[in-house]
Design a protein around this ligand. Structure first.
Ligand code: HEM
Length: 290
């Protein structure tokens, strides 16, 4: 109980200061689970750079959110040394983040152990979905993690919070505007992300993934996808399949349906490739194996 209270109080402080950190923490958890399982391997520092630097999409993970996880873990080590793994710290922090910005409360299991090694860059690149993927590639990648099309669509709903760097959005804008975007939405995005001359792309700038309610975990993402107001090709691609389309429609119509399915899908995701007992360790510091 003490452990959980520590995590919640400290995290509440950070998220009340900057609600967008909820998105940063959730995305780190998703990427960690997809690379070699929910084992906090993404937090390990390697001489050649962490898993986070293996792809340009991952390189955009928020350093500030990684710091928050490390600080929560450091407090846990003071309160009860060697008990709560970094993998559980991250999973609980992601679960709490969702709730703190208005999403469903998801009771998750604990007992994850931490990996001793990080994945190779090759494994990272094969495991992490990038924004240019089409429906069949997304379906295949999620299936390889034991996740269905329903899970893919529900979990993509996490793009109802947070932001993207313009650098990851420009492929939708140049050389020609993608048909994934409505003309008005695309024009607005171009105004923010492209300078007057295309050579001066403002790749360091960020834009909200859901421009109307960026810090609120709601079902706006699905309405955005249907209106062609979601930024990535991987978002629009959910409409390219009848099953995907039917889930997008149903979650756009009912936030309750979305929350119910997100709950189930998040639980599944939080158990991907989990290490238990002697399969892993409880790291003292999330960046370093013991
Ligand atoms: C379906 C495949 C997915 C792709 C291709 C994808 C790709 C991306 C990209 C490119 C960004 C912007 C990164 C940046 O510029 O900083 C992003 C942001 C984000 N993604 Fe995804 N994502 C996917 C699924 C998911 C899932 C399953 C979750 C969580 C359950 C998730 C949670 C987030 C969040 C919360 C953000 C905002 C991060 C922030 O504001 O720091 N994504 N995603």
């Amino acid at each position: 109980m003490l452990k959980v209270a520590h995590i919640i109080v400290e995290e509440e402080f950070y998220i009340s200061q900057d609600p967008s950190q909820a998105a940063g923490i959730l995305r780190i958890f998703f990427q960690d689970c997809f690379v070699q399982g929910c084992d906090a391997s993404l937090l390990l520092e390697r001489p050649e750079g962490s898993e986070r630097s293996a792809t340009s999409d991952l390189n955009s993970l928020r350093a500030t959110s990684v710091r928050i996880i490390n600080e929560i873990k450091a407090s846990l080590e003071v309160a009860c040394p060697g008990v709560v793994s970094c993998a559980d710290t991250l999973a609980l922090a992601a679960r709490d983040s969702i709730f703190m910005v208005g999403g469903p409360w998801i009771p998750i299991l604990t007992g994850r152990k931490d990996s001793i090694v990080a994945a190779s860059n090759q494994t990272v690149m094969a495991s992490v979905p990038v924004a240019t993927l089409g429906f069949s590639e997304l379906k295949r990648l999620f299936a390889s993690k034991g996740l269905s099309v329903k899970d893919l669509v529900a979990l993509s709903g996490a793009h109802t919070i947070g932001q993207t760097h313009c650098g990851l959005a420009v492929s939708q804008l140049t050389p020609t505007m993608s048909r994934d975007l409505s003309p008005a939405f695309g024009a607005n995005l171009s105004q923010i992300c492209l300078a007057y001359h295309p050579a001066a792309r403002k790749s360091h700038l960020t834009v909200h993934l859901d421009s109307l309610t960026p810090d609120s975990f709601d079902n706006a993402y699905f309405k955005n996808v249907l209106k062609k107001q979601a930024i990535f090709h991987s978002d629009a691609a959910l409409l390219d399949d009848n099953e995907g389309l039917s889930y997008v429609r149903s979650f756009a119509l009912s936030q309750a349906q979305f929350f119910k399915q997100f709950h189930l899908s998040f639980l599944k995701m939080s158990q991907i490739g989990v290490l238990t007992n002697v399969e892993g360790e409880v790291r003292m510091s999330c960046g370093l194996a013991n």
